[in-house]
Design a binder for this molecule. Structure first.
Ligand code: 4NP
Length: 152
């Protein structure tokens, strides 16, 4: 069993997109019973709110539902609960280190580094460009899937 937690600032745009793309990929790879996926926020801005309409629409275009997901806050206890805690940008990584009390077990990863790319995942909050986020999230999750297949 592996447990993955995706993290971004609000937990309404990028990290829920990664959560539901990853769940879809795992299901298609028949690994959904051995990998658990969730997502959380480093800020309190959107706690309790549903997934942003832009992310919801982009997922729906690809036949993926995120019904029922609401934003939740990252807590220190999450560090022990998950095998990998995956941020979307450098700001998330800084916040995650601070909120989780460091990274003694090497669990914290910035998503696109799994593709050998030091870039941040495109942030749609100011641009409204959810397609760019979709592309980044998909290549990051595809790389994560390959990593998990090797480890399981
Ligand atoms: P997310 O997007 O971190 O990808 O969920 C954002 C959501 C909310 C805010 C910023 C980014 N905000 O400033 O409230």
């Amino acid at each position: 069993m592996k447990r993955i937690l995706f993290v971004c600032l609000g937990n309404i745009c990028r990290s829920p997109m990664a959560e539901f793309v990853m769940k879809d990929m795992l299901k298609k790879a028949r690994l959904d019973r051995v990998v658990e996926v969730a997502s959380a926020a480093t800020s309190t801005y959107e706690i309790g709110n549903p997934v942003h309409r832009g992310t919801r629409q982009k997922l729906a275009e690809h036949g993926i539902s995120c019904a029922g997901k609401t934003a939740r806050y990252l807590t220190r206890a999450d560090y022990a609960q998950y095998d990998y805690i995956i941020g979307m940008d450098d700001g998330n990584m800084n916040d995650m280190h601070r909120m989780l009390g460091g990274d003694p077990d090497g669990k914290l990863i910035k998503l696109l580094t799994l593709c050998g790319d030091p870039s941040d995942v495109a942030d749609p909050w100011y641009t409204g460009d959810f397609e760019a986020t979709w592309q980044d999230v998909n290549r990051g999750c595809a790389a994560l899937l390959e990593k998990l297949k090797q480890e399981l």
